[in-house]
Design a protein around this ligand. Sequence first.
Ligand SMILES: [Zn+2]
Ligand SMILES: [Zn+2]
Length: 139
Amino acid sequence: MAYTGRCACAAVTLEITGESVGTRQCWCRQCQTIAAGGPTHNAIFPAESVAIAGTLASSTWTAASGNTLTFHFCPSCGTQVYAQSSARPHLKTVRFGVLDQPHTLVPQVVIWTADAPHWAQINPALESWPQQPPAPPPA
Ligand SMILES: [Zn+2]
Ligand SMILES: [Zn+2]
C-alpha cells in the first residue's frame, strides 16, 4: 500500500494503492476559504487507486473553467478529504492533510498565484501558474 490516511476524527479513512501523478499547492480563492487563509496542498491520484471508507459529504460549484468541482469532506469533523473535477473523472485530488506521515509527497507546482494574498510565501524554485494549468497526463 502506497499511502494511508484519515480525517481529523478518523470516521473517514483512506487506502491509496497507486502513485501520485502530480502534486500542487493551490492559492485559488476557494482553497484559501477552506484552508483558513492559506493554500491547499493536493496530490492527484488515479481515481481507481483511492479507496475510502466512511461517509463523506460534498459541496459542488462551477469553476472559472466552467467545469463542476466537487469537494468531499467529513461531515463530522469538516476535514477536506479530496476534490474531483467533472473534466477529469479519472483523477482524485487528495488533500495532503489527510495523508498519514511519513510520506514523500511535496508540492511540485504552485497554481492560482494570481489569487494569492500579498503576504503569501511562494517558493520561487517551483513551477508556478497564475491560474489553472493543464491537467497532468495519465499515469
Ligand atoms: Zn472526520
Ligand atoms: Zn484551489
